[in-house]
Design a protein around this ligand. Structure first.
Ligand code: ADP
Ligand code: MG
Length: 333
């Protein structure tokens, strides 16, 4: 096998425009990447970054405006039925099931759309249910399942045809910690033991950190960084600076002017009378200058410490703002 056979998903300069009343909205401004067999590949970015658009193009639900993409060597635009044959897709935001039949019947129905032979379908349903902790709930009507179990059933559905590549759009959004964890364990198992490629769009950095082998960070339709989570964190150099300051405040814009400061985020806690400010710095000297600027601004630093870089800080380091600030600012660039 050549190295190329290991590439299961490839995007080449994908662009997607949406017509709107005003100027056309550019959801994707040319993204390229390769995903390898058995990888869990994360597409991480704030709301509006272009994650869902990417997933929809790769799973043949939407055409690109230009550029191309291939899944298992099949072109999504010219050979969509061949792509559909080897993939599956699920979204955490949509509820995908028929309300008035049981979870099991739902899975059965989808297995039959794929023409899976009855005995084999039964076996797969039992196995998926068992591994997703769904066994006890299989006979419940879909509508009567809690959000968490409905999502487990949705994930089971996405694996029923033993796809080579699975596209998941925010698979654990809105779920409790335990459910999210068991879904992640299941996904890791599928990738590691069955060599399935899983492409995961999410705005959850902890999720990417927990299970993704590699990640493309996307912002406003562009990939701004790509690598393993560790590589990306190391690329930021030194640990981030955290300061608790009083009185609490909304803006700390002056920090953006400090030499060597790459970006910052802040949250305020009125009850404790504090703001917590996280600053991504390029070196220790910049951290000291940030502390001086803070004191000089009339705030008192109650505590300050250094913290290992997280993916959130990687994003802050690259764009100067956190996900939250980016989303509040909207897409008017
Ligand atoms: N059908 C559509 N019509 C117009 N604009 C759209 C449509 N779908 C997505 N967009 C815009 O494209 C951008 C990317 O959207 P999306 O891919 O859903 O982002 P994400 O999944 O990262 O939140 C956003 O600015 C969004 O408003
Ligand atoms: Mg989305």
């Amino acid at each position: 096998m050549t190295a190329r056979d290991d590439v299961t998903v490839e995007a080449r300069d994908l662009r997607r425009e949406f017509k709107t009343k005003g100027a056309p909205a550019m959801a994707l401004e040319g993204i390229s990447f390769k995903v390898k067999r058995g990888e869990i590949f994360g597409v991480l970015g704030p709301n509006g970054a272009g994650k869902t658009t990417t997933i929809r193009i790769l799973s043949t639900l939407l055409l690109p405006t230009s550029g191309s993409a291939a899944v298992m060597g099949f072109d999504v635009e010219r050979e969509p039925e061949k792509v559909r044959h080897v993939i599956n897709m699920a979204s955490g935001a949509e509820k995908a099931g028929y309300d008035f039949i049981s979870a099991k019947r739902n899975l059965w129905f989808f297995s039959q759309l794929y023409g899976i032979e009855s005995r084999e379908a039964e076996k797969r349903i039992d196995d998926l249910a068992e591994r997703l902790g769904l066994t006890k709930y299989l006979d419940r009507k879909f509508y009567a399942l809690s959000t968490g179990y409905r999502q487990r059933a949705t994930i089971a559905r996405a694996f029923i045809n033993e796809p080579r590549v699975v596209f998941l759009d925010e698979p654990t959004i809105g779920l409790d910690v335990m459910t999210a964890r068991s879904i992640r364990e299941f996904l890791e198992d599928e990738a590691r033991k069955k060599d399935r490629t899983i492409m995961l769009a999410t705005h959850n950095m902890a999720e990417v950190d927990a299970i993704c082998d590699r990640v493309a960070i996307i912002d406003r339709g562009k990939i701004i960084a790509e690598g393993t989570p560790d590589e990306l964190k190391r690329s930021m150099g030194v640990p981030a600076l955290v300061m608790e300051v009083t009185p609490p405040a909304k803006g700390f814009e002056f920090l953006g002017q400090v030499a060597g400061v790459r970006g910052f985020t802040s949250t305020s806690d009125e009850e404790r009378g504090l703001s917590t400010v996280q600053v991504v710095v390029q070196d220790d000297a910049a951290a000291r200058r940030a502390e001086e600027a803070m004191s000089g601004s009339g705030h008192r630093i109650v505590a300050s410490w250094r913290k290992e870089t997280t993916l959130e800080e990687v994003f802050v380091g690259l764009v100067g703002q956190g996900f939250k600030e980016r989303e509040e600012q909207g897409d008017g660039s």
